[in-house]
Write a protein of this length. Sequence first.
Lengths: 108, 238
Amino acid sequence: MSETATIWLIIVSLGIGSFGLRYIFLGVIGDRQMPEWILRHLRYTAVAVLPGLVAPLVIWPAATGGQPDPARMSAAAVTLVVGYLTKNVLAAIFAGAGTLFLMLYLLA
Amino acid sequence: MASYYDRTEYLRGVRGGLPFVLVVVPFALLFGVVATEAGLPLLQVLSFSVVVIAGAAQFTALQLMAENVPTLVIIISALTVNLRMAMYSASLTPHLGALPFMRRAFVAYCLVDQSYALSILEYEKRPEMSLAQKFSYFMGAITPVVPLWYAATVAGAMVGQAIPPALALDFAVPITFLAMIGPMLRTQAHVLAAAVSVSMALIFAFLPWNLGLIVAAIAGMVTGAEVERRVEMARAAQ
């Protein structure tokens, strides 16, 4: 198979597979009632996935070659605390970005 | 046909989605740059972003293609990176499962980290939202994100230059997610679920294909559910 055909195969397979993963529950279960114990687990999906997704990026940032970086860590801490206290996503983003640039400037 | 458009909620979603422009544009630009440097023609680069619409999986595929890994392994690895999407799908089903077929399919196609996190946060904050309001909010949230994902991919492929590292845009992804995690920590169960997720993700970071995240996600969900169950039992016993 040619190089180009292989890449198309990868693109199409990933497209079908990714859509399948995203559609599997929304599409198949739809509005049927799910058992309470499953719903109880699903209520924690967001807090179980997103922190795990972010943690390695904070501790071992790619931009520093995986070295822990005080500027990025303090920005992460400020963002989380401001988000938690204010419940305001935008305020947390600006506080975090401000901390990051300030710390990068001070430590440079 | 029932109307699923609620203007107020749609605009609220757009406002919520706007900050993600800062995340999505550099990420897609970078994909365009890297994919073009790897030798992919513009049509394939754009097709990747339109068909797959998942940054981490796209970068994984690209990386493995450069290492001449067998095609089947590339496909399985990149899909494993996307396993969390199935969890998002399950989590949104109680909220959006009653939509007609085509709308559910469209939501599924647009289901990315940002649209999921933003929507679930809003649905939990305001449980009184109707189906139409929830759908409109989701549509609003993806409006600034998805078209720019395509456009920035093309721009990256055409410009072909790296983004200045001084902007520290690598950290846009962690900051926007952390900003959403904060308000999600509403109960002891949420806090413990998040803490377990973080520890497990760091402990199992050595696993290939992002499987550490799946371990962390399952452990976090079990923790949250178990804490909630115990709190309820304690309350019922009083």
